[in-house]
Ligand binder design. Structure first.
Ligand SMILES: CC(C)(COP(=O)(O)OP(=O)(O)OC[C@H]1O[C@@H](n2cnc3c(N)ncnc32)[C@H](O)[C@@H]1OP(=O)(O)O)[C@@H](O)C(=O)NCCC(=O)NCCS
Length: 339
């Protein structure tokens, strides 16, 4: 078996092999919207070929920035498009590609690689471990009333009473560059978040709302009218409103957006596909059993390629020394970034 790097000329065979590994057929590009694979960086791809030259495996990598604690931005290779044909599995094809890729990434000077794992048992053997987590949160609308969080004093103030912002409802196609700008500001401050290359947004290549699939988007603006959060959603059967992604500058903005979608008439439940486990929303419901967590799972996996560089690159949430007894309660956060 041969592992070789790809070029732009390999795109069709790469995409075809990858889809066959997942048992799917490539979607047809729609007008005004790119397919996700149009964002692949073919100069960083790998193809595994049999001795007679047939492609049987694929792997790729994106050039990302990852935010570390202390709002430190570092480069990270985003491993993607990993697949081996069903006919050639459990014969070491993935192992050979991973060995090749890790060697290449180190040679290119990368010190971190990251990925989202389709299954939890695949990547640990290659040195990856889960670093952030995500949840799926379902809220029946009849239980969705918010109460004042205990920390706030007045019982007559809604949970988002401190929020002085406004919410505007747009269609995805009307959002222009607002989503990209809001996401970029968010991810720079959020440990564990990945950059989203501009060309993803330009091509509409990714999951909604990066993809330009029809969606409603609630845009939150601060008191000065600057967009600082959004929730992208759609409604479907059976009477479910599904939120693809909620991006918010802080917890109060998140709660304001949640309040907006939870107030939607004619739906019986609201599903947050990617809910950050550390967000206090669940405890802000009057009925604190309202939020039902499922899909409580790993999100971003990280592999340290250069341990000293990786560990010295990170910052801290606050100044201090090892003798200090002060600690911060802020946790590593999951994000809804998609690679
Ligand atoms: C996951 C996948 C890439 C593995 O490829 P592969 O060529 O069969 O993997 P290898 O033969 O190199 O396996 C290496 C080891 O990992 C184990 N392994 C591989 N895939 C596994 C899985 N899905 N679950 C558990 N163990 C797995 C193998 O049993 C083997 O273990 P061993 O070293 O103890 O014998 C392939 O099954 C696939 O394409 N699956 C569908 C697409 C997919 O899920 N891609 C990953 C996207 S994140």
């Amino acid at each position: 078996m041969e592992i070789r790097p790809t070029t732009d000329q390999d795109l069709d065979v790469f995409v075809d092999t990858l889809h066959a590994a997942f048992g799917r057929f490539p979607e047809t590009p729609t007008e005004g919207g790119g397919v996700w694979w149009s964002a692949l960086e073919m100069d960083r791809g790998l193809l595994a070929l049999t001795a007679d030259g047939r492609p049987v495996g694929t792997a790729g990598a994106y050039a990302f920035e990852l935010t570390l604690p202390g709002e430190i931005l570092v480069p990270a290779a985003g491993v993607t498009a990993v697949g081996v044909l069903p006919s050639h599995r459990r014969q070491g094809v993935l192992s050979a590609m991973m060995r090749h890729q890790l060697t290449e990434l180190r040679a290119e000077g990368e010190f971190l690689s990251v990925l989202l794992a389709s299954e939890a048992l695949i990547y640990r053997r290659f040195g990856y471990g889960p670093a952030t987590y995500t949840q799926r949160l379902t809220v029946p609308r009849h239980q969705a009333a918010l109460a004042l969080p205990r920390a706030r004093g007045r019982a007559d103030t809604p949970a988002t009473g401190s929020d002085t912002g406004t919410i505007e409802l747009l269609r995805r196609a009307e959002c222009g560059e607002i989503l990209e700008e809001v996401y970029d500001r968010y991810r720079r401050a959020q440990p564990g978040a990945l950059s989203r290359p501009h060309r993803w947004w330009a091509l509409g290549a990714g999951q909604p709302p990066v993809a330009s699939a029809p969606r409603y988007v609630a845009i939150h603006r601060d008191a000065d009218g600057v967009p600082d959060g959004y929730a992208s959603y759609s409604t479907g059967e059976p009477s479910t409103l599904t939120v693809d992604e909620t991006i918010a500058a802080d917890d109060a903005v998140f709660t304001a957006l949640a309040r907006f979608v939870l107030g939607h008439d004619l739906v019986t439940q609201v599903v947050f596909k990617h809910f950050p486990p550390e967000h206090p929303l669940r405890w802000q419901f009057a009925d604190f059993r309202a939020g039902q967590v499922s899909g409580d799972t790993d999100w971003l996996w990280v592999r340290l390629l250069d341990v000293p560089r990786a560990l010295t690159a990170r910052g801290w949430f606050m100044d201090g020394d090892s003798s200090s007894s002060t600690s911060t309660t802020r946790s590593w956060a999951s994000t809804a970034a998609t690679c």
